[in-house]
Design a protein around this ligand. Structure first.
Ligand SMILES: [Zn+2]
Length: 224
């Protein structure tokens, strides 16, 4: 059996060792500041069957290829829609309660879907940012939409808010959570207790949405 590799070791002022397997099957170990390396390795040895089982699960899931053809299901604000090919559409993609794609662009379906999602994401997220910024009395510089696959949002040093277009596939409350999370970084540029208290002040049940992202975030990333 090959040895288990630690992909990331994060030491902090915690009291116990925590193991986490990420959606891309990486092992993250969180450990107390002065926990000896051999102590950490021993624990990993003891937990190796659990680690391997989880890593295998995520590896299999990563290989599930998404196809961009009619009949395939696509998420939009938490709802799933089968892609429907249609003639005579005014645009490449039309959403009218059904997700329609012009038969003329089927060969480049992925690309057209991506730009459609990106446009929807910008419109919807900008509106939610404005809403919550006003509610919290916060000013931001600008909003950018990128194509990140695991980092759903970020707050730049110059108060620019960045969001992945993929977020528009998640349910509305999850989008709101990420918006609120990034907006609260305008006040607190860290993940301190104070920061989480600010988030909870805007969205008391935010842990549910966090859990959704951890459990289902992979649905938003389309493997290349
Ligand atoms: Zn954050």
């Amino acid at each position: 059996m090959t040895e288990i590799r630690i992909d990331k070791l994060i030491r902090s002022r915690r009291k116990t060792i925590g193991l986490q397997i990420t959606g891309d099957a990486k092992l993250i170990v969180r450990a107390p500041l002065f926990a000896p390396q051999n102590f950490i390795e021993e624990l990993i040895q003891r937990k190796q069957s659990w680690i391997r089982a989880k890593q295998d699960f995520y590896k299999v899931r990563q290989r599930q290829v998404r196809r961009f053809i009619p009949g395939e299901e696509f998420l939009f604000l938490g709802q799933s829609y089968p892609l429907v090919a249609a003639e005579d559409l005014p645009k490449a993609i039309v959403f009218d309660g059904h997700l329609r794609i012009s038969s003329l662009v089927l060969a480049n379906a992925r690309q057209h879907l991506e730009s459609w999602y990106k446009a929807q994401a910008f419109e919807y997220i900008a509106q939610r940012v404005q809403h919550f910024a006003k509610l919290a009395g916060l000013g931001y510089k600008s909003i950018k939409i990128n194509r990140a696959t695991t980092r759903w949002g970020s707050c730049g040093p110059k108060d620019t808010l960045n969001f992945s277009w993929r977020l528009i596939m998640a349910p509305c409350d999850v989008v709101d959570y990420v918006v609120i999370h990034e907006l609260m970084h305008l006040k607190q540029k860290n993940h301190s207790r104070k920061f989480w208290a600010e988030v909870a002040g805007m969205m008391p049940e935010y842990r549910q949405q966090e859990r959704w992202l951890r459990a289902k975030g992979h649905l938003l990333a389309w493997p290349e």
